[in-house]
Design a binder for this molecule. Structure first.
Ligand SMILES: [Zn+2]
Length: 407
């Protein structure tokens, strides 16, 4: 794999070329197969940056090209020995050329999507600036996903009143299948990486919560994942970001989506929180994500489910089948707490799961090891917030995390 950045004012374009051993079908760090659509993308920054450290440019490129790289990656500028070593260790991929000193920075920014998880992070870090990634169309790939309202999410981010930079990029269209998206989850940070010197960033806070970090959330299903390759500090990506002087920070890594939603809806950002990518004047109320989040919100508000979605709808189909489910801990939590769950599209899931308030009480507290792995400069702030606003799990409750998926 060979990558080359070309700056044009505030727009940075990247073109990459596969080597003979590379393949247009690759795999994301979470195991998802990805088919390549095109070999170029751009990142548009809010202003022309001063010089950008070569490690930041290389890592931003790596968040996109890693899935399709088999043996080696050749960057267009020499990277530090530290970053090359991190890529070798994390992926078994040779990286170069090598030369130059590593970088460092001091501030923490929030990778802000506008959803409940990142709003909860924002509530914990009231002085941290936001970096928002906005999807824009790719000049060479037809946009069949016009329902994805990235413009609405960017507008809402602007209405938070926080210090904000928006990076606009078409990098998601490098994927043909299964659909456009981040080639690696970390590609959402491409803009933050290119701005890290400008903003003196030493850390980037993501809204990944306990399910994603510790319970094998998302495409991983139902198992305890202390060595999560994407989000553990000692994983491949944790090592690569640390080598580039931009530590991955997961302030809500120890709490469930019930807690992040409670924090988000109780925060000053309540009016700007939006997890649905479809609605313009509000969440669409008809997509699978709206249904899932409605279950969690109804549970924390202790009220019946408000939805027009019926069991025969496609987005409700998986809840008619037996578990395991993605995000199963929150389905258990919701089924145990929403009044009249037996009359809803989750009735069958509730019967399968047989969860109770007691069996899901651990999902209302913080898993202590998640705070211990927050890098030192920001650990106390996260610890004190958790102690004050959430509370920590007992040893028995922590064992629920560590045996998740075993019973
Ligand atoms: Zn929706």
């Amino acid at each position: 794999m060979r990558v080359a950045w070309e700056p044009d004012g505030k727009v940075w374009r990247l073109a990459f070329r596969l080597d003979a051993e590379d393949s247009i079908t690759g795999h994301c760090s979470d195991g998802q197969a990805l088919k390549l659509a095109t070999n170029s993308f751009r990142v548009e920054l809010p202003r022309e940056p001063r010089e950008i450290h070569p490690d930041l440019l290389a890592l931003a490129a790596w968040t996109v090209v890693a899935p399709w790289t088999r043996r080696r990656v050749v960057f267009d500028r020499p990277v530090s020995a530290e970053l090359a070593e991190a890529i070798e260790t994390g992926w078994g991929i040779g990286a170069g050329p090598v030369g130059g000193a590593p970088r460092s920075g001091s501030r923490l920014a929030v990778s802000y999507s506008g959803g409940a998880d990142s709003a909860a992070v924002a509530a914990m870090l009231p002085d941290a600036p936001f970096v928002h990634f906005q999807r824009v169309p790719h000049p060479r790939v037809p946009n069949r996903w016009t329902h994805y309202r990235s413009d609405v999410l960017a507008r809402l981010a602007g209405e938070t009143g926080r210090e904000l930079v928006i990076a606009r990029s078409d990098l998601e269209f490098t994927i043909a299948e299964p659909r456009p998206g981040y080639p690696e989850h970390h590609a959402v940070a491409a803009g933050a990486l290119l701005l890290a010197d400008e903003l003196d960033l030493g850390g980037l806070a993501f809204g990944y919560e306990m399910g994603s970090r510790w319970l094998g959330g998302g495409r991983y299903l139902h198992r305890y994942t202390p060595d999560n390759p994407m989000w553990s500090p000692h994983g491949a990506w944790g090592g690569a970001f640390a080598a580039a002087g931009l530590h991955i920070v997961l302030p809500v890594g120890g709490v469930s989506e019930a807690v992040t939603m409670r924090l988000a809806l109780g925060s000053a950002l309540r009016e700007q929180v939006r997890w649905c990518l479809r609605g313009t004047g509000g969440p669409c109320g008809t997509c699978g994500k709206c249904l899932y989040k409605e279950l969690i919100q109804a549970a924390i508000e202790r009220r019946p489910l408000r939805t027009a979605i019926t069991a025969d709808r496609g987005v409700a189909r998986k809840w008619q089948q037996p578990p395991p489910y993605g995000g199963q801990e929150m389905i258990e939590y919701g089924c145990a707490r929403v009044p009249g769950i037996g009359e809803t599209v989750f009735a069958k899931a509730a019967e399968f799961l047989r969860a109770t308030e007691e069996s899901t009480a651990w999902l209302e507290r913080c898993y202590p090891p998640a705070v211990e792995e927050v890098p030192e400069p920001w650990r106390k702030q996260v610890h004190d917030f958790m102690a004050e606003e959430v509370g920590f799990m007992s040893e028995d409750e922590a064992r629920r995390v560590e045996t998740w998926g075993l019973s």
